[in-house]
Design a protein around this ligand. Structure first.
Ligand SMILES: [Zn+2]
Length: 511
């Protein structure tokens, strides 16, 4: 078997500081580093999986992929981004366009399995789909575990870790098999392990074991590629800090008004009512079947999620997405069906919110909660799909979208949180690497990887190629389309597959 020219190995949530903390537990990573460069990789604001991987694979920012968090807004409803498809083209498109075959395994790219691959397995947020279609049974027979589980489904943390390790091992086994069988010139595989495991609130020793396991899987894949990229979408580590209930803050500051009469109903009833409405509008009505269990899992004591609550939009200037990172949407006149903020006041409204948030940090003598308008950070045709403002570098705050009677600031808590620092390592013999490297951005991964694989880089990407030269030659560029053909999104998934997506997001704790 010929090794792939380029092997991209992604680890969701691999943390820059943790890999440096456990060098003796990561011999394969350390060995790879001797022929490459390692740099922290600055994630999206906020650092969330779907948007971050979309920028890694496409080389363009969320304003051009249209993807940031787990949900896309349609008026006042939210649908999972994984049921959508970004028009941005990606690694596999640019490889096949230049005559190289490309295979993908478990890449968290939205929508069905990409068309331009010689083999493909969808990522964990969508239902399992493969290319070629018959591949599904073959990989399941090899022990591939596409399902996701929440740690609470296991009777012990050891049981959960056993599942997580088996899942990673099966991913390695299947990737090896597919590379041996199809001989792709470029292959990209993503492991869920670091993100999934660390969200289970592991202790120091368990985290160390997870990082050993990551390295073991990495070691098994390395011989299958000539040149390597190791990449993660964000970091994740333990943070001790106060909890900030964003929904509570919006209500208390008068930006968000809950519908009248809701106070007389229990939180669970309100949630069920609102969520059913949202899902029905989104065409996911048959999800009701598993709603009761889902709702029980969803409601931590005392917290209610405003994105799922009945809201009086005619009296609300702003509202939140269902994600945990405080995505703010303005209720704009002319854009939303019950918009109240005149378009000319959007900037001043966001500015006022940012000032009030900064004031809280001063009062609490804690690092600032910085709210930035999305257009200050991102640019592109699909900027309108993103929240109007996002929290930047939440630092040591734990952001909760919910309402809390004792909020908006709750007492300090220990929690695993996504952080800004992912990992980017690129390696290969004959590489001329920069003497020093500033922190890289997600969008730099694609151009750098293409050059590493001996491919030309599309002109007009947002990222830079971090390689000075490869095999003595400077990176080459070419003009091509950065946007793909329109797809009929509605036809991408069946009703059952849509339900599957929602279940997965629930188990991952994102709903
Ligand atoms: Zn992630």
């Amino acid at each position: 078997m010929n090794p792939a020219k380029l092997l991209l190995i992604g680890f969701d949530g691999l943390d820059y500081n943790l890999i440096r903390k456990y060098p003796s537990d990561m011999p394969n990573f350390s060995r790879l580093l001797t022929e490459g460069v390692l740099t922290p990789l600055s994630s999206t604001h906020p650092p969330i999986t779907p948007g971050a991987w979309a920028s890694i694979c496409s080389g363009v920012n969320p304003g051009r992929t249209g993807l940031l968090g787990f949900f896309l807004r349609q008026d006042y409803s939210f649908v999972p981004v994984t049921l959508q498809r970004t028009p941005a083209r990606a690694l596999w498109d640019y490889c096949t366009e230049q005559g190289l075959t490309c295979g993908v395994v478990n890449v968290p790219w939205p929508g069905p399995v990409p068309e331009a691959v010689c083999f493909g397995i969808t990522g964990r947020f969508t239902a399992l789909q493969t290319s070629p279609p018959g591949l599904e049974q073959e990989i399941l027979d090899m022990g591939y575990r596409p399902e996701v589980h929440h740690p609470s489904e296991f009777s012990s943390i050891h049981g959960f870790l056993r599942f997580a390790f088996e899942q990673a091992e099966a991913c390695t086994r299947v990737t090896r098999h597919l590379i041996e069988q199809h001989g792709p010139e470029v292959c990209m595989v993503v492991y869920n392990l670091p993100d999934m495991a660390l969200h289970a609130m592991l202790n120091e020793k368990q985290i160390q074991k997870v990082y050993q396991e990551i390295d073991r899987n990495l070691g098994e894949l390395l011989p299958l590629g000539e040149r390597h990229v190791v990449v993660s979408d964000h970091g994740i580590n333990i943070i001790e800090g106060p909890v900030f209930y964003f929904g509570e803050w919006l209500v208390r500051e008068g930006y968000l008004t809950l519908a009248e009469g809701q106070a007389t109903r229990s939180g669970r009833e309100q949630l069920g009512f609102a969520l059913r409405k949202i899902l029905q509008r989104a065409g996911l009505s048959s999800i009701k079947k598993w709603m009761p269990q889902f709702l029980r899992n969803l409601l931590p004591a005392g917290i209610q999620y405003p994105a799922f609550l009945p809201i009086d939009y005619s009296q609300s200037k702003a509202f939140l997405g269902p994600g945990e990172y405080g995505d703010i949407f303005l209720n704009l006149q002319g854009r939303e069906s019950q918009g109240v903020v005149p378009p000319g006041e959007s900037e001043s409204t966001l500015g006022e919110m940012a000032d009030r948030l900064a004031e809280i940090s001063r009062r609490e003598q804690h690092r600032p909660i910085r709210l930035s308008p999305s257009r200050d950070i991102y640019h592109g045709d699909l900027l309108e799909q993103l929240p109007d403002a996002v929290i930047r570098d939440p630092g040591s705050w734990h952001l909760e979208p919910g309402l809390h009677e004792n909020g908006p600031v709750g007492p300090p808590d220990l929690k695993h949180e996504h952080n800004q620092e992912g990992v980017f390592l690129f390696a290969g013999r004959g590489l001329e690497t920069p003497a020093s490297l500033e922190q890289a951005a997600l969008v730099d991964v694609l151009p750098t990887s293409l050059a590493l694989g001996g491919l030309k880089i599309p002109e007009g990407l947002d990222g830079r190629c971090l390689l000075e030269a490869c095999d003595g030659a400077a990176p080459a560029y070419y003009g091509t389309e950065l946007v793909g053909a329109d797809h009929d999104l509605a036809a991408s998934f069946s009703q059952e597959e849509e339900e599957e997506v929602m279940k997965r997001l629930e188990k991952l704790g994102y709903l």
